[in-house]
Design a protein around this ligand. Structure first.
Ligand code: DC
Length: 231
């Protein structure tokens, strides 16, 4: 049987979103990028001038804000349309200010509790490719396939830098690398659900590989799981 729940975890800009979306398309599954939820909470907190260091207020926001992930409603390169309380925040959640504040927000236990519960409910519906940092370890430990996608910090910074330039935003490669290392450190060392490879996850290093090569390798992993399931 084709594996029903596929979890992809890994650090920032390792290519998880591109890979997750491609696998979901090939299998006809729902693609769900959980980073979006942490980004929405951060983006709305900044917009409402809620201090990021106010754990109680940020947690209350995570419990209340209504996050919708819809098929793309505009032809501007978006994979999905993201709504926060009905407002389109698809591009706002990619702003540098959100990048700079999302790691502390995602380290709050109450924020994680609120968002993980929603993710788990969606994931258990099956036929899903869920992408994040703690999907295989915490959100859906029963996932049928777990991939830990990695790439060197330099390669990931270069990808993020090129993405920014493509969107017409100013960018400096060294700053991007420094910010990425900082975010990696917080994501991997936080007390609750830190970024780490699940014991039963397949490690996939995308450094030096093309997107097509990474997708092909991941589909081999999915097909191998299918065989070991007895089909
Ligand atoms: O994948 P991303 O860059 O959009 O994720 C944004 C932030 O959210 C990142 O700093 C880590 C956090 N995150 C998390 O803690 N757990 C997840 N399942 C997904 C993202």
């Amino acid at each position: 049987m084709t594996p029903s729940i596929i979890a992809i975890d890994g650090p920032a800009a390792s290519g998880k979103s591109t890979l997750g979306a491609a696998i979901a398309k090939q299998l006809g599954y729902l693609y769900f990028d959980t980073g979006v939820m942490y980004r929405v909470v951060t983006c709305v907190a900044l917009a409402r001038a809620i201090p990021i260091e106010d754990e109680g207020a940020v947690t209350a926001l995570a419990e209340q804000v209504k996050i919708d992930v819809l098929p793309p409603t505009a032809n501007d390169g978006r994979q999905n349309t993201i709504l926060a309380d009905g407002e389109d925040v698809t591009w706002a959640i990619r702003a540098r200010a959100v990048d700079a504040h999302v790691s502390p927000v995602s380290a709050y236990a109450g924020v994680r509790r609120a968002l993980s519960a929603q993710q788990r409910r969606i994931g258990l519906g099956g036929h899903v490719v869920m992408v994040g940092r703690d999907i295989g370890t915490v959100v859906l430990p029963e996932a049928d396939v777990k991939i830990y996608l990695d790439a060197s910090a330099e390669e990931r910074a270069r990808r993020r830098y090129l993405e920014r330039l493509a969107r017409g935003e100013p960018a400096d490669l060294h700053t991007v690398l420094r910010e990425m290392r900082h975010r990696d450190r917080i994501d991997s060392s936080r007390a609750v659900a830190p970024l780490k490879r699940a014991d039963d996850a397949v490690y996939l290093d995308s450094t030096g590989l093309t997107i097509e090569q990474v997708i092909a390798r991941a589909m081999e992993i999915v097909r191998a799981a299918e065989k070991s399931n007895g089909e």
